[in-house]
Design a protein around this ligand. Structure first.
Ligand code: ADP
Length: 310
């Protein structure tokens, strides 16, 4: 069973309107509301793959209930921890080919909730085989909070995929409790190294050879339309992908994380893991919905991917 953790989920509202007018009323009939947050995208793709998955994280208030109800409707297992503050909304207004976003900061977690959730995770992971942690930390949790979760996973010998960014990712990779896999995109890699990265094979190899990545088993850098560059122990790989028609690449990184988690669960080879991750990233990019893949096209894309040992 794969456990996905989303500590700062949201209910994502998208309003599609023809024109967006400031300082007046905008009426909207085309409304979509979904349980959002990177970890929930990972969860949905794993569920589509029919992989066993349980979603957890911190939720509160009526929007927390909405998230649980939506997961129930899709028959996805979940075990969220209830907090006092309310789960947030994130609003995207789609207008004139543009996207204007209004993102609530979300709840603040109390000290008691912070330690109780660690106990909740400790109980949950006894029944898990792989853990995928995604996204940002809500207010009130310290930057080393993911390291505390990873420490617990180490106690149970569980592989952990960490897909986060900024100071949270930096703190986690400098902790003695390393994630098994990190999946920065190229911007997140710049941030980690604090300098631009030359995207040639030699440049990427040099970047991943940086001592900050020592002791992290897999460093997988996703490169959008250019595929991936990865390091597994001391082996480097470049993944070349076919050119595809893209509708909406938001959530492609989350779909790749779903592929990595599924491959770890099933003890697949490096080649299978990397090809699965890219196939799912591409399938997500071909859809307008975030965290949704059309598996009918899976085999066709999978067989067009080229894996080079470099
Ligand atoms: P993130 O969403 O984390 O920024 P990426 O944009 O790098 O991640 O996308 C993850 C994966 O999804 C890529 O490695 C690739 O396989 C696929 N992908 C994303 N964008 C495109 C695109 N424009 N064309 C083809 N594949 C894409």
């Amino acid at each position: 069973m794969i456990l996905t953790l989303t500590l700062n989920p949201s209910v994502d509202i998208s309003y599609a309107i023809e024109a967006f007018h400031l300082d007046t009323v905008n009426r909207v009939s085309n409304i979509d509301k979904t349980a959002g947050g990177k970890g929930l995208n990972v969860t949905r793709v794993l569920n589509q793959l029919s992989e066993p998955v349980t979603a957890s994280g911190l939720i509160g208030g009526p929007l927390g209930d909405f998230i649980e109800n939506q997961l129930d409707d899709s028959q996805i297992k979940h075990s969220f921890f209830k907090i006092n503050d309310a789960t947030r909304n994130c609003i995207a207004v789609l207008h004139q080919g543009k996207q204007t976003e209004i993102l609530e900061q979300g709840p603040t977690i109390s000290e008691e909730e912070s330690s109780d959730f660690l106990n909740h995770v400790d109980t949950l992971i006894k029944k898990m085989d792989v853990v995928a942690i995604s996204g940002s930390l809500p207010k009130g949790l310290n930057l080393d909070y993911y390291s505390k979760i990873i420490e617990k996973c180490h106690e149970h010998q569980l592989p952990v995929i960490l897909d986060s960014s900024g100071d949270t990712l930096m703190t986690s990779i400098h902790s003695p409790f390393k994630p098994t896999v990190i999946k920065p995109n190229i911007d997140e890699l710049y941030q980690l190294l604090n300098q631009p990265v030359d995207e040639s094979i030699e440049g990427l190899k040099k970047a991943l050879n940086n001592p900050i990545f020592n002791d992290i088993e897999w460093v997988i850098v996703s490169l959008g339309a250019k595929g991936m560059f990865a390091k597994h122990h001391n082996q480097y790989y470049k993944v070349n992908i076919p050119s595809i028609e893209v509708l909406n690449p938001v959530g492609s990184g989350d779909s790749t994380v779903a592929g990595i988690a599924a491959a770890l669960l099933n003890h697949e080879s490096d080649e299978q893991l990397l090809k699965k991750a890219n196939t799912l990233g591409m399938l997500n990019a071909q859809e307008s919905r975030t965290g949704y893949v059309n598996l009918n096209n899976y085999d066709d894309l999978y067989h067009q991917i080229e894996l080079l040992e470099v």
